[in-house]
Design a protein around this ligand. Sequence first.
Ligand SMILES: [Fe+2]
Length: 265
Amino acid sequence: MARFLQLSDLHVVAPGALASKRLDTPHLLRRAIDALCARLDAIGPLDAILVTGDISDDGSAESYDLARSELDRLGLPLLVVPGNHDCRDVLRNAFGDLPMMPPTGLIDWSLDIGETTVIGLDTLVEGQGGGRLRPESLSFFSNALEKASNRSVLLALHHPPLYTGIRFMDEIGLENCNDLEGVLKQCDRPVRIVAGHVHGIYHGALGPHTVVTAPSTCSAFALDRREDAFVGFMTGPTGCAVIDIGPDWVWTAVPLDHGPGPFNF
Ligand SMILES: [Fe+2]
């Protein structure tokens, strides 16, 4: 068994700034990490924190330093993939000491933890919201799947290979889901795919492989599929997830704000 805490879409900005002119994301992240530190014992032993992109909102070095110092408070190994808001090389500077981090190029990695192979793929195309898996990432993934042999495989990427019906998010989704599906065809057992980007919980499938997206630590998008839907965000619900993976898996959404309680039944 391996267990991960998945955090996504932190959108941290430089101190004193606001994300989208409204969200004090450094404060929201601090509050999220405070809440999680208080809950770590209840969650049980974790192998790593998996961050599925959009660590920064503005790509500034200050935002990454701030995010790193907050994430380090959890006292666990960090695994990160970039999102569309990230700046690959600035991210790499702040997280370059992590064993999974390649020194140059795309942030694709593979790591064995217990009986699980965790693979991170880089879907960031700087300058655009939509994501794409380049040929080198697809062949990295193919090789990593081959090496994983019959171990459990957890794939993490920012842009999920699914559609939510939220038009403004689907327009900036993963451009080449088919290529990912093509590589997955070489794998005769289910790969568990986790992503972020859509700031909410969506569960779907790519062939026999399950796909699930984590909520953001800072904002959410309303499920409004109308053509004239408002293009914008809500301040919640926010959250993260716990992933228990072995031969089977359980992906558990963890809201960052519980209501009052617990109370006796
Ligand atoms: Fe995001």
